[in-house]
Design a binder for this molecule. Structure first.
Ligand code: IMP
Length: 441
């Protein structure tokens, strides 16, 4: 059985959690492959709102949920999330946490905040959850991993080693308070007790699930344009949200991945700094923000809003090998009479391109070229299938499909779990019933 990746195709907050939740009904295993508590998934089910940070939304469907090696974990946040789920009657026994995932330590959070403050006007606009510093320590081989929680002596030693360097850095470079070994070690020893039952060999677990023909969803956090290698560097996150990273981050072969579902909003949002060609200035931008509830789940920050950018989407379709699109929040555009869609970029030398600029300074200076489509100016609450969408909405979707040469298989029309229209075949989208050579392995 092949695995299916669900990937954000813009700058994050595309509504991946909701699409994962929908497809999880037809899947057996839901895995998160990168990021940490910089992510926030909001799921509305039976009138209840759940805000998830670390745990894949499949938990609300009672599915086995994996937090893979490529993730960074803030134990305090994860424990609060587990406690919160249990307090609301959601069982958490089926959560499996990779021992190879790295821990976010208190100094990571302190350094993230201090580094941003020092950058001033040049700041990245991070979520200040310690993500960048935790991944940096992982690459520098100074990181502390989930499996270290299981060995109190090793844990204390590693904290001590890290602190001899981090405290100098914090005090001398940033003028911040140092951390005391006993405080940090004591805290992390307590976390260890709570998290121990969840730690598992998740690479083996996912491998066995695939081998046994189970349906496996792999879900990234953030979005493709925040990818460390191919996103809008330096205004990116410090991991790889791209679909291919699902394989390395979970510890399975890339040939296990068959389908890649890209999730994009019917418009675009971005949090934090960095260029954004289709950003809407003025009242229309505020209107999209209000109608779409575009305020960060994690930080509460206002999200910057823009018109749909097909140049950027064409790029992320290429980067991920997207085989189907889920277009979310179409309803947010319902009240607009005219809908600009970006079909090209005008570069500094006056030329136009439909491909995403390979160099940062070209992207910084490009201007969007729009085609304006008619709006439908009708609510979509009562629409129950794609064919019943207003003509102008169907033209909007058909235009996107034609430009991008990818099918839109799912369309979001509201916040509720049931407000996603599909052309049918949710099971197939979740990877169930797709025969491939792997089914025999
Ligand atoms: P970091 O991931 O906290 O280091 O932040 C780096 C950049 O990624 C900033 O521009 C953040 O606003 C952005 N970012 C991180 N996580 C998310 C997310 O879940 N949604 C949208 N933007 C995010």
């Amino acid at each position: 059985m092949p695995a299916t990746v669900i990937v954000g195709a813009q700058w994050g907050d595309e509504g991946k959690g909701k699409i994962v939740d929908l497809l999880a009904a037809h899947a057996d295993l839901v895995c998160r492959y990168q990021g940490g508590p910089n992510a926030g998934n909001t799921i509305v089910t039976d009138g209840q709102t759940f805000k998830l940070r670390h745990v894949p939304s499949g938990i609300l469907r009672g599915k086995t949920c994996v937090i893979g090696a490529g993730c960074v974990i803030d134990p305090e946040i994860l424990i609060a999330e587990l406690d919160g789920l249990e307090a609301r009657g959601v069982a958490t026994k089926a959560i499996c946490l990779s021992g190879n995932a790295h821990l976010i330590m208190p100094w990571h959070i302190a350094i993230d905040g201090a580094a941003e403050r020092r950058l001033g006007r040049l700041q990245i606009g991070t979520t200040r959850r310690g993500i960048g510093p935790a991944y940096a320590d992982k690459a520098a081989r100074l990181g502390i991993r989930v499996q270290d929680l299981l060995e109190p002596k090793i844990l204390r030693q590693k904290i001590e080693t890290a602190l001899t360097e981090k405290n100098v850095w914090l005090e001398r470079v940033y003028g911040s308070e140092p951390f005391a070994l006993d405080d940090v070690a004591g805290r992390y020893e307590r976390y260890a007790g709570r998290l121990r039952p969840y730690v598992a060999d998740t690479s083996l677990l996912v491998h066995r699930a695939l081998k046994n023909g189970l349906s496996v969803l792999l879900s990234g956090a953030q979005g493709s344009l925040l990818d460390l290698d191919h996103g809008t560097y330096p205004f990116v996150t410090s991991s790889n949200p791209l679909a291919a990273a699902a394989a390395t981050s979970l510890g399975i072969g890339p040939n296990r991945i068959e389908a890649v579902i890209g999730v994009a909003k019917a418009y675009v949002t971005r949090v934090g700094e960095g260029p954004f060609p289709t950003e809407i200035e003025g009242p229309d931008g505020a209107r999209v923000r209000e109608l779409g509830g575009e305020f960060g789940t994690v930080t509460g920050r206002e999200r910057r809003c823009g018109w749909l950018d097909l140049v950027a989407l064409r790029y992320t379709i290429r980067l991920n090998g997207i085989t189907a699109l889920a277009l979310t929040k179409l309803d947010v555009l319902s009240s607009f009479a005219r809908l600009p869609v970006c079909v090209g970029y005008r570069l500094r030398d006056g030329s136009e391109t439909t491909e995403f600029p390979a160099h940062q300074s070209d992207f910084h200076h490009c201007r969007p070229v729009y085609e304006t489509l008619s709006g439908w100016q009708r609510g979509l609450e009562t629409v129950e299938d794609l064919a019943a969408l207003p003509d102008a909405a169907r033209r909007y979707l058909a235009f996107i499909e034609r430009q991008l040469e990818v099918e839109i298989s799912l369309v979001g029309t509201g916040a509720g779990r049931e407000q996603v229209l599909s052309g049918g075949g949710l099971e197939a989208l979740a990877g169930r019933g797709v025969a491939t050579p792997h089914a025999r392995s």
